[in-house]
Design a protein around this ligand. Structure first.
Ligand code: OOB
Length: 550
């Protein structure tokens, strides 16, 4: 069902990608045993005191994949995975790949609103969640969501507080019986490399996040190409501090890139500088990735000089705009090299080289990681701009899918008829092929790298009885880049506060990071000639009146 719904690459291009060695024709789960055979007792995953060797990892992955099958999960079924950066995340993800069960990479802050709509869309057969995380009862949330889904869904719980009606994950991870027989059994049932391996979430600009189906072939190539761009190898120690289910941390090159290179992954559930620096010092971390907001807090904290960060060679910074003046300070502040990255869950990833000169590393967002990536910069009418001019970036390539999952209407907007993905980003491309991100045409708010769809917020605020008309726009912010501001025209005789909006949207089960942080009540919203709220004019208002920012 999931595989039939995917928009395929054209057959002739697929052949080119195979012949060129981009697509190797192997499912992602099959690499787990390659790694184990090559790296055996070397440490693969570190989570606090818990360490897994490559062999432990392969055995646990097989054990869990088999138990998934015994629980009734079938290849092609999808499951919502909402786990923090703990070792279980890695085993669960790889076990899904091994069996051909498709994980949907939810983020820990997601709540009913996101889980319910996405779970229904993919007909999720299970939810895999922590018991309690940051004081929030995810197990109870998962049961509420499961009860609302069209098909029965099991609740699998990481942690020790497993209630009746849930399945405890830890018990499923212990290898039992004949490992060799289990390995053969799983090998025989391995999914096809062209099948969907996982769903990543798009920031999206309308409604709930769109689902991005990434195949085994395409995602393995994504991982391998990014690992090469970042010079990952067996001596890499990668620290994952951003959410593990985000494309940046998961496979660009991130966790899977480190494992695919024989390196070691250190997982931390938060980017807090104190714990991150301690981990860098004790685990001798060589590479990590951060959004600009996190990089800024690290740069400030590093001044105290309390930790030895000398093992760190590279920090990958991307996900939102990094100003060149700040970029120039990252390396000196942290004692490592900066690699900028401009990427998207939809595919295309650009990196500045691991040893790029300062003018490239500080002032550009890098070059595509694959020679097969295609870039086209167009003007408002869709015509290519002159070289070096600014326009919207369109892209195609061996790891950029041709459409969102089961979203024909959205695909007609986000993809051109000949398969180009419209990034919604304004860029210029330098003479030597580096991309410089100059702005955005899509209606999205980028809060410290977390993408928030303006349309999703507007739909929910519009439902409030006080509201006649609403427009959500980004308000610039020095700490996180942008925050959500809503402009509202009220119905006659009504009043509305920011707190009322926040509590109404929280009650609807919206993730906390999406809650508007500024409200502007206006008598009239400016409109474009076609009658839509004029977002450009609204953004100008906010920039013109920064002093009013709460
Ligand atoms: C990464 O992926 P997403 O899917 O969360 O967001 C993609 C969007 C881009 O279209 C662009 O609008 C923005 O995030 N973005 C940047 C940027 N990197 C991403 N805007 C300005 N400067 C940058 N360096 O954000 C992502 C995925 C993989 C690797 C890195 C980032």
């Amino acid at each position: 069902m999931i595989n039939d719904t995917m928009v395929p690459w054209p057959a002739d291009l697929a052949e080119v990608y195979r012949a060129a060695g981009c697509w190797r024709g192997r499912p992602l789960g099959s690499y787990v045993w390659d790694w184990a055979e090559r790296w055996g007792e070397r440490t693969a995953v570190v989570d606090g005191d818990h360490r897994l060797s490559y062999l432990d990892l392969a055995l646990s992955v097989d054990a869990l994949a088999e138990r998934f099958a015994l629980l009734g999960l079938r290849p092609g079924d999808s499951v919502l995975v909402q786990l923090p950066n703990r070792w279980e995340f890695v085993v669960v993800t790889l076990a899904c790949f091994r069996l051909g069960v498709v994980p949907v990479m939810m983020l820990p802050p997601h709540r009913e609103h996101e889980l319910t709509s996405i779970g229904a869309h993919v007909r999720a057969k299970a939810l895999i969640v922590p018991d309690v995380w940051r004081g929030y009862d995810h197990q109870a949330l998962a049961h509420r969501v499961a009860a609302s889904l069209p098909e029965p869904a099991q609740v699998l719980v990481a942690g020790s507080q497993v209630r009746s009606g849930s399945v405890g994950l830890r018990a499923l991870l212990t290898p039992r019986g004949d490992g060799g027989a289990r390995r053969r059994w799983l090998d025989e049932r391995a999914p096809a490399a062209s099948d969907v391996a996982l769903f990543l979430l798009s920031g999206g600009t309308t409604g709930i996040p769109k689902l991005i189906n990434r195949t085994h072939d395409d995602y393995e190539y994504n991982i391998r190409s990014c690992a090469r761009a970042c010079a990952f190898g067996p001596d890499t120690v990668y620290l994952a501090v951003l959410p593990a289910g985000h494309n940046f941390t998961l496979g660009s090159p991130g966790i899977l890139g480190a494992l695919h290179s024989g390196g070691r992954v250190v997982l931390l559930p938060s980017p807090h500088p104190e714990t991150a620096f301690k981990a860098i010092e004790t685990e001798r971390v060589t590479a990590t990735s951060a959004v600009p907001a996190v990089a800024l807090t690290w740069m400030a904290a590093a001044e105290a000089g309390r930790y030895d960060l000398s093992s760190l060679r590279h920090i990958h910074v991307g996900g939102s705009v990094l100003a060149p003046e700040i970029a120039a300070r990252v390396g000196p502040a942290l004692g490592c090299r900066l690699q900028q990255v401009y990427g998207m869950a939809e595919g295309l990833i650009c990196y500045t080289g691991a040893d790029a000169p300062a003018e490239v590393a500080h002032a550009t967002q890098g070059r595509p990681v694959s020679p097969y990536d295609q870039l086209l910069v167009v003007d408002r009418d869709g015509r290519p701009v002159a070289p070096g001019e600014i326009g919207e970036l369109l892209t195609r390539g061996p790891y950029t899918p041709r459409g969102y999952y089961d979203a024909a209407d959205q695909n007609a907007i986000s993809f051109t008829p000949d398969g180009w993905y419209r990034t919604g980003d304004l860029v210029r491309v330098t003479a030597d092929g580096h991309v410089v991100v100059c702005g955005r045409v899509k209606e999205l708010i980028n809060r410290g790298g977390e993408k928030i769809s303006a349309g999703e917020i507007e739909t929910l605020v519009q439902e409030l009885p006080q509201v006649a008309e609403v427009a959500a726009v980004p308000v610039p912010d020095p700490a996180v880049g942008e925050r959500v501001c809503v402009f509202v025209r009220l119905n006659p005789g009504h009043r509305l506060t920011l707190e009322e909006i926040a509590s109404a949207l929280t009650a609807r089960g919206l993730a906390a990071f999406k809650i508007p942080e500024r409200l502007e009540v206006v008598d009239e919203l400016p409109h474009t000639p076609v009658g839509k709220p004029d977002k450009k004019a609204l953004r100008r208002l906010l920039v013109a009146a920064p002093a009013e920012v709460a």
